[in-house]
Design a binder for this molecule. Structure first.
Ligand code: NAP
Length: 254
């Protein structure tokens, strides 16, 4: 366990599966105590238990990141049970894809609430501990969809919004030793992309093959690809990297 991270506490939202679960596991391997948060505590319990059984420290807790009261309560719970949280990975996310003319008010609001309001509420609650400690790391999950993607007016807007949020928090929190960055993944094989394949009635293996054929490194991404990048951004040595958006997409994006 790295000495500098021995007492550091990380929160990962949407940690039940996919990128969040891989990130929670990776940060535990890096020596962080990890709070795995998701809508349903049961969905994270096994992953937290696995970390504890491997000699790490973890807890699972339920939160809807778009609910202000729940966010305040869960961040305090993490502070009480694991210690002051100084690392936050805003990963919780949902899709409500549809072409604009079919997109409902609820499709729009639900996506804004989880991605934007959720990242805002979680970051506001955690920065209190980060600024007190004089050290912190926030990583927001954006997406290549921020550059525009058919059928994702809501999601693309939220993911582009997270990039502005990232740069602004980097400016505000830098003097407190807190860095804030965003990762914009391309195609990562998770239940989220599997659900997209199911929605458009394409076999997931075929969907992945078609995606890989358009990706310079000739494969789709894995949750570990993203967890590895989070691991770098929250490390001690990444203290001069802030306000950046890192596209992790197997090739260049602009
Ligand atoms: P995933 O497999 O769908 O996992 C997302 C997790 O977030 C789920 O466990 C979900 O819980 C949880 N969640 C949803 N709403 C929540 C809320 N209000 N409060 C707390 N937790 C909530 O997604 P993923 O593919 O790992 O993606 C993780 C992040 O990366 C997302 O922000 C996504 O937009 C972003 N991303 C993914 C890709 C990709 O290709 N997979 C690409 C670019 C960006 P439930 O299961 O209970 O709903």
């Amino acid at each position: 366990m790295a000495a500098e991270t021995a007492s550091r506490v990380a929160i990962v939202t949407g940690a039940a599966r996919g990128i969040g679960a891989a990130t929670a596991w990776r940060l535990a391997q890096d020596g962080f105590a990890v709070a795995l948060l998701d809508l349903d505590v049961e969905s994270c319990a096994e992953a937290a238990e696995k970390i504890n059984a491997s000699g790490g420290r973890a807890l699972a807790a339920a939160v809807d990141v778009s609910d202000s009261e729940q966010v305040t309560a869960v961040v305090q719970k993490v502070a009480d049970e694991l210690g002051a949280p100084t690392v936050l990975v805003n990963n919780a996310g949902i899709l409500r894809d549809n072409l604009l003319f079919k997109m409902t008010d609820d499709d729009w609001d639900a996506v804004m609430n989880v991605h934007l309001r959720g990242a805002f509420l979680m970051s506001r609650a955690v920065q209190k501990f980060q600024t007190e400690q004089g050290w912190g790391r926030i990583v927001n999950l954006s997406s290549t969809s921020a550059l525009g993607n058919r059928g994702q007016a809501n999601y693309a807007t939220a993911k582009a919004g997270l990039q502005g949020f990232t740069k602004t928090l980097a400016i505000e929190l830098g003097k407190f030793g807190v860095t804030v960055n965003a990762i914009a993944p391309g195609f990562i094989a998770t239940e989220m992309t599997a659900a997209t394949a199911a929605r458009i009635k394409v076999d997931f293996e075929d969907f992945k093959k078609a995606a890989a054929s358009q990706i310079p490194v000739a494969r789709v991404g894995t949750p570990d690809d993203i967890a590895h990048t989070v691991s770098f951004l929250v490390s001690e040595g990444a203290g001069f990297v802030s306000g950046q958006v890192i596209y992790v997409a197997g090739g260049p994006k602009d």
